[in-house]
Design a binder for this molecule. Structure first.
Ligand code: SAM
Length: 458
């Protein structure tokens, strides 16, 4: 039996009524729901045998929770294990896409780690425009970087800044998503700690912090730009009242999102709630607003000098990509690629923010060699024809992901792209008697492996 605080029970009864509260209580004691969102840049097979998440084009429910770590396609970024309700971000953006004043917009995901909604935003951008994924907590940057890299997004910058620092970039972004830290009422089914930590005081504290976060970053949103505010909680202090506060005090219109009656999404007129006894997913709240307040737009100054890679370096690796109009820059010994049209903006971001990852890292210059990077192996822009590919069995793929040096019979010496069921995992360097494993040490699988733990999802 869940040990819910009596204040929480009271709050939910006044929100739902006694009868519906009982349904809610039952729902949060049931098995949690597992869902995934596939990566259309990596998966072109149909998932018709899986139940679709109705508000998402690439979202699917799984009948049970597999051990994702044992599936090489999970590490290849072919899908992301994302909670179904969160995928509603897609509806909010697609239904209001025509309000963005550029076909190549600049998006900011302010509270991005571990990266679920960032991977969704990048899919919606589909390689156009640019996405800045920010996370203020240093300890959560690594997992964000790993998830974004595995997803294969080339048009991305990852930053580690306080919202206030981003707020200094006046009117820069076309869309800002604030998936705010909250009291986590919607996570009670899967997180006992959220139940333990809940209190009225904490709700108040969260609500104040959320207002501060939005106010701090709001100047960075263009006039007419879109703001998505979401939480995984139900109370009005953190949800409706905050959204009304944004509209009244910061200057924005609250927009509507069309929903199908069958989805059973609830709305009091300000934003949309997902309750676990009504929708198939965890608790979630989302509102979308359009900024009405006046905002100047900061001028992006072109840098005087760019650290361009030499002609010889560019020649050695320019065929590694399927995209052409690129600019090749050196970041220490690494070669990084941006689309030429975005170079000024990206370098401007670099001058003003604490940038962790920018664009697509092609490789590292080592003497006369260019060592291809894992980011390239996983990227949507990889030209796999340029590398000899080794198609792994499941056992070999898991060994590769454990950073074991494999012996590859009949494979030429040199760089080898490891692949599982057609999806790239990373590189190795075959020296004959063994293939040196170039998979990043910080990502390697530590779990004891056995084929019994593997369920084929796609
Ligand atoms: N959007 C993420 C996703 O879909 O995977 C989940 C984000 S989680 C709900 C909220 C994030 O806000 C956490 O990563 C947390 O570190 C960050 N955060 C906590 N305090 C913050 C603050 N004061 N300002 C900005 N972000 C904060």
């Amino acid at each position: 039996m869940l040990q819910l605080s009596s204040d929480f029970v009271q709050q939910m009864i006044s929100l739902l009524g006694e009868e519906e509260y009982n349904n809610f209580l039952q729902a949060i004691q049931e098995e949690r729901i597992t869902s995934i969102r596939t990566n259309p840049h990596k998966i072109n097979t149909s998932c018709s045998d899986l139940e679709q998440v109705p508000w998402s084009r690439n979202g699917y429910y799984l009948s049970e929770r597999p051990i994702f770590t044992m599936d090489p396609l999970f590490h290849a970024g072919c899908y992301y294990a994302q909670e179904a309700s969160s995928m509603f971000v897609e509806q909010a953006i697609l239904q209001h896409w025509d309000k963005l004043d550029s076909s190549e917009p600049l998006f900011l995901d302010l509270c991005a780690a571990p990266g679920g909604k960032s991977t969704l935003l990048s899919t919606l951008l589909n390689g156009k425009g640019w996405l800045v994924c920010n996370e203020v907590m240093k300890s959560r940057i690594g997992v964000l970087d790993e998830n974004i890299t595995k997803w294969g997004v080339p048009n991305v910058t990852i930053t580690n800044n306080d919202p206030k620092e981003l707020g200094q970039l006046d009117g820069l972004f076309d869309l800002i998503l604030i998936d705010a830290p909250c009291s986590g009422e919607g996570m009670f089914r899967k997180d006992d700690k959220a139940i333990e930590d809940w209190s009225i005081d904490n709700v108040k504290l969260c609500s104040e912090r959320q207002k501060r976060i939005v106010a701090d970053v709001f100047p960075a949103l263009k006039e007419g730009g879109l703001l998505i505010y979401s939480t995984c909680t139900y109370n009005a202090e953190e949800d409706e009242k905050n959204v009304q506060w944004i509209a009244d005090h910061l200057g924005a219109n609250i927009l509507e999102i069309q929903t199908d009656e069958k989805w059973n999404i609830s709305s009091s007129g300000i934003g949309y709630h997902f309750f676990p006894h009504k929708t198939k997913g965890e608790g979630f709240y989302l509102a979308i607003l359009q900024k009405t307040a006046d905002e100047e737009t900061i001028r992006i100054k072109s840098p005087k000098q760019m650290p361009l890679a030499t002609k010889a370096i560019v020649e050695s690796c320019k065929n590694w990509l399927t995209a052409t109009d690129n600019i090749y820059l050196m970041e220490k010994d690494k070669v990084v690629v941006y689309p030429s049209d975005w170079a000024d903006t990206i370098l401007f971001l670099k001058q003003n923010l604490h940038v962790i990852h920018n664009g697509l890292t092609l490789g590292t210059v080592k003497g006369k060699d260019m060592v291809p990077d894992t980011t390239l192996a996983l990227s949507w822009l990889l030209n796999a024809d340029e590398f000899s590919t080794y198609n792994c069995s499941w056992e070999e793929a898991i060994q590769y992901l454990k950073k074991v040096n494999l012996t590859l019979d009949g494979v030429e010496k040199g760089f080898v792209l490891f692949s599982f069921k057609g999806a790239s995992l990373g590189f190795g360097k075959n020296i004959g008697n063994r293939c040196n494993n170039l998979y990043p040490s910080e990502w390697h699988i530590r779990m004891e492996s056995s084929h019994d733990k593997y369920s084929e999802i796609l």
